[in-house]
Design a protein around this ligand. Structure first.
Ligand code: GLU
Length: 276
């Protein structure tokens, strides 16, 4: 059975890009006679506003979607801890005390998520009383798993290249688990067979595939869809003034019609959306 999911983080209202992502995942499940899940990814301690989850549900209802909701990430911390402990016991995590600016200054490569960690703390014996993040030793992990592949429905078979992102943080000093670890574990726990999400997360799947191999998790297929862009061709973002779905709803836009327009590729600049 095809199981897809929409996994928003409640750190800001949803915009058209999220609506499109939810619709793509919903349609993929529906056309396959499968299941569409909603998972609230609420473990970004600093920015997470749990009250936004209700607004998200309201947005999805307005778009005419139905779903099955699975437990929010904040209820699953034990599974993240177990997995991190397992990776640590395999010698695959190392403590890192570098600050963002230290990394930016020392990095020689830029990857899809910004400066690639140059490995400063790898092999250094760290004073663990100093708050640390734990990073995945990607090179060592890859020696263990050998070459891996994954399948994107649109882009075809991919050779996993987790080194593009480098030694990502899997466990943070201020957050329980990183997005990479939590989302990978949850997709497996929720039985997700087709991970539908935006192309902006394409590279993350290299790391997720590696984690699946390390943690003996089932391997889904992926569907990284095109992004809804603004007038300047940039990804929508609340901080750049992209209208929220809540605003569109409040101003009388018909959610079902909006869904039809999104499906037809009539994205258009948000501001040109007509009222119902
Ligand atoms: N919580 C992530 C986000 O909102 C979900 C990413 C994913 O679909 O894997 O960007």
């Amino acid at each position: 059975m095809t199981i897809t999911r929409f996994a928003p983080s409640p750190n800001g209202l949803l915009h058209l890009g999220h609506a499109y992502s939810a619709i793509v995942a919903y349609d993929l499940a529906r056309h396959a006679g499968g299941k569409f899940l909603l998972r609230i990814e609420d473990i970004d301690g600093v920015r997470s506003k749990p009250e936004l989850a209700d607004a998200f549900r309201e947005d999805l209802r307005w778009l005419g979607l139905t779903w099955e909701e699975v437990p929010a990430q904040s209820t699953r911390l034990a599974s993240y801890e177990d997995a991190a402990a397992r990776l640590k016991s395999m010698g695959l995590l190392y403590a890192c005390t570098c600050t963002r600016s230290e990394i930016a200054a020392a990095a020689t490569k830029t990857g899809p998520e910004g400066p690639v960690y140059p490995g400063t703390c790898k092999g250094a014996s760290k004073d663990l009383n100093v708050p640390s993040a734990w990073r995945l030793d990607v090179e060592k992990a890859q020696r263990l798993t050998g070459q891996l592949e994954w399948q994107d429905d649109l882009a075809g078979v991919q050779t996993a290249e987790p080194e593009l992102l480098g030694d990502v943080v899997l466990w943070r000093k201020d957050n329980p688990a990183s997005y990479h670890l939590a989302a990978t574990l949850d997709d497996a726990a929720d039985g997700v067979t087709l991970v539908a999400r935006g192309q902006d997360l394409f590279a993350a799947s290299h790391i997720h595939r590696l984690l699946q191999a390390l943690l003996d998790l089932p391997v889904p297929r992926w569907h990284h869809h095109a992004l809804v862009l603004d007038e300047e061709g940039r990804k929508l973002a609340k901080r750049r003034g992209s209208q929220s779905l809540a605003d569109l709803r409040a101003s009388g836009v018909d959610g079902i019609q909006l869904g039809t327009d999104l499906r037809a590729g009539r994205f258009g600049p948000v501001n040109s959306l007509s009222k119902a």
